[in-house]
Design a protein around this ligand. Sequence first.
Ligand code: 9WN
Length: 451
Amino acid sequence: MNSLLDRPVSTASAALTLRRGAARVLIDNWTGTSTVPSRTLYPHQWSWDSAFIAIGLRHLSARRAQQELESLLAGQWADGRIPHIVFNPALPHDAYFPSPDFWQSSRSGRTAGAPATPETSGIVQPPVHALAAWLTHQADPRESRRRRFLSRAYPRLAAWHDYLLARRDLGGAGLAAVVHPWEPGMDNSPCWDRALRRVQPAAPEAFRRADLNHGHPADRPTDLDYARYVRLATDYREAGYDDRALRHGFAMEDPCFNALLIVSEHALAAMAHELGVDGASHTARAEELTGHLMARLWDDEAGLFRARDLTTDTLVDERSVTGLVPLVVPGLPHDIVRRLQDTLDGPNFSAPATRLIPSYDLTGHAFDAQRYWRGPAWFNTAWLIHRGLRTHGLHPDAERLQQGFLAEAGRSEFAEYVDPTTGAARGARHFSWTAALALDLLCADPKEPQP
Ligand code: 9WN
């Protein structure tokens, strides 16, 4: 891999140092078939992490980026779901909780279509994969065609989206729902607090956390939160992971999750075009979803999107970065784009010290600058919003965010997240998607066509 590090670049020396550091993280976290988010805290393969990782990895090795996505897709279930974790069988069960013997995918998920191997979790994460696959293809179309990367990935990614819209439209309004706080990827967000309070916690002796072996308790969810996560996952497992067989105790339409589905439908349309098949249904679906997103989740008064709690059929009264990520949707009307831009610049989300975007309202009652998803700034959401700013031609704002991103990623040693008010590093260090997305900002052609 040294040849990758030594590739000639025309950037200034600070950018070169950052680029080398980011490449080093990705090389160190590569297992041979995929990349772990963190060697310590998250030692298996995670779904949306792998998509973000591929987006950066494509600048080091397009082939390795393809393998990253292919190894995730090897864990796909016959019903189309892409599980949120694909477990590494070489690791001991106590390396991470919940482990394969908790999810029991090959046994409890057999009817729903879980593969016999590898073992996986039974829940999902945001569908950013088709976007990642398309960007990976674009990084080296010749290598992609040689390996038939798109023709193998496209049907699987289409099946994934079909699963989300056929099985997860729990509100019956055309959007995909998440059924566990781990599914929107922003696990500990105050957005889920009220709904979680309705969930009966699992008994403390029913599980043993592994995250506190590596993470600081002040950064991580509480034991009570964990007990509720365990209850929801146990109920799902006991229903055979069949979305038709239980009334989910937690069901939300999440703005970020659905925005990524829209962007990924546009990416599927681009892939279909490349493969010479008709992609009109993907474009039509993306447009329909955009209409549903605005009709169901836009809060005009607040100037951002909100999650909808399907148990009460009400919008969640919290301001979170999930409500700003839909800026990444290409077909948003101009007035919504302008309102989102104002919200980004306003008192709830503007953090001048880092120029990053907090995960939760800086003035909110539950704001906590260090506990994950309750305030800290994350690099994947910054990357998505940066892409959205560029998509809508807001280049000076995009440039400012990019400067903040690169400064904080480097200063924090590619931390999992940072305190948005000081830049202090929190969570894991040498975190893969932080490195991958920094690499992408350093290497991507700003004129790259966006699907
Ligand atoms: C549970 C791996 C994952 C990310 C999530 C992030 C965190 C896991 C955890 O780490 O979640 O899936 O144990 O806290 O919230 O977005 O995909 O990096």
